[in-house]
Write a protein that binds this ligand. Sequence first.
Ligand code: PLP
Length: 294
Amino acid sequence: MSDQEIYLDYAATSPVDPAVTAAMLECLQHEFGNPSSQHAAGRRARRLVEAARAAVAARVGAEPECLLFTSGATEANNLALQGVLRRQRSARPHLVTSRIEHKSVLDAARALEAEGVEVTYVEAEADGSVDPRRVAAAIRADTALVSIMHVNNETGVIQDVNAIGALCRERGVSFHVDAAQSAGKLPLELAGAPIDLCSLTAHKVCGPKGVGALYVAPHTVLAAQVHAASRSVACAPERRPRTRSSAWAGRTSSRIHTSRRRGLLRCATGYGTSSSQFPGCARTVRPRGARLTC
Ligand SMILES: Cc1ncc(COP(=O)(O)O)c(C=O)c1O
């Protein structure tokens, strides 16, 4: 963007703060470990991820373990709606939302309708507010979730999410808030609020695009939308912190194979043979209590 332009559309997105760029560059260039790896680089990366989680949690008044990182508020909204509605046992569970939600909520609601979910779209008032009394009137015995945004991205109207949340609590209905426009700008104390799920995004508050989070209150259980579990340890033959050429990886891999054959790598249970294995990936499984020597 040129110096002649004055950028004002922070509701769409904001420039990345130089401190954020510096922190990301440090990770991209130096602390690039996989936080699921159990070696030192992985453990350092995990500590950085957990520090980031704690910083975001402090900003929205939540316990860190209640925050799931996502690719943004779009994914968080989808996860909240699908996660709650797909857990319901009844054949046609009910969702309440408003006509003025962000497209990511409305599209997720439409997709759920195609799966048999019944959706009530509450009308907004002429001033852009969603009247809690209309929400209360829409709630039924089979309502599983109410989803109402905090600040509207087009009008800037702040919805009374505390009043709506309180009436959801009275009726035993889960309450989701899309706080993409408000988090980091308006005070949010999620731990004490009558809110079960809350979507956040980084790029409206000078963070990068493609990063967000879903707050999930401790008592709230979601149907998993992405299934992932990792028990094995990928032991990279990497002592030096920089990326190496594939020739270097090939040489290192063949050294590992040789060491394995000679019994020098005590716990490296190899897969494949040296001819059928990709040279850049030496896979090992660490038995309980065994020491990795590679
Ligand atoms: C209210 C609201 N919800 C959700 C989103 C989607 O956020 P993201 O770009 O992080 O997916 C936006 C972004 O414009 C928004 O304004």
